[in-house]
Design a protein around this ligand. Sequence first.
Ligand SMILES: Cc1cc2nc3c(=O)[nH]c(=O)nc-3n(C[C@H](O)[C@H](O)[C@H](O)COP(=O)(O)OP(=O)(O)OC[C@H]3O[C@@H](n4cnc5c(N)ncnc54)[C@H](O)[C@@H]3O)c2cc1C
Length: 127
Amino acid sequence: MPVEKTEVLVVGAGQAGIAMSEHLRAYGIKHVVLERSRIAERWRSCRWDSLVANGPAWHDRFPGLDFSEDGPDDFVPKERVADYLADYASVIEAPIRCGVEVKEVRRNVGRTGFEVETSEGVIEPKP
Ligand SMILES: Cc1cc2nc3c(=O)[nH]c(=O)nc-3n(C[C@H](O)[C@H](O)[C@H](O)COP(=O)(O)OP(=O)(O)OC[C@H]3O[C@@H](n4cnc5c(N)ncnc54)[C@H](O)[C@@H]3O)c2cc1C
């Protein structure tokens, strides 16, 4: 199977992966974000149903996008936090591939860098 090349590979499309993607895009760095499930999956299915964000919307939002259904002082329920993160990823056109799991990250032998084995093949980020 051919090895796909990219400059940077980000594992996970949660809050951190989406933020990382935004910064990489701002610097014009080619990258791919691999998400084994759905964007913000941990907020959707790995939290108590009653969870709300522990900070107000004005505090928890990313720059440039407000929570559409919630006021700035509201504590946003987890499903809408997940929706927000997915919306934000869409707005910034984050190159996220959902349903792709990272299985293993191996250090290259005899040269710098790493090789990433995923459920859909091997990707080699730039060393
Ligand atoms: C109970 C709780 C409440 C919190 N409340 C708040 C809050 O109110 N406000 C706030 O700002 N922060 C809050 N946080 C902290 C933080 O914002 C969240 O934990 C946030 O989800 C962390 O984002 P993350 O991207 O680091 O990790 P995660 O959200 O865990 O995202 C990681 C992603 O990576 C994916 N992934 C994992 N392994 C692989 C793999 N091998 N291959 C491909 N994909 C993979 C997962 O499916 C997941 O989507 C809270 C945390 C907890 C635990």
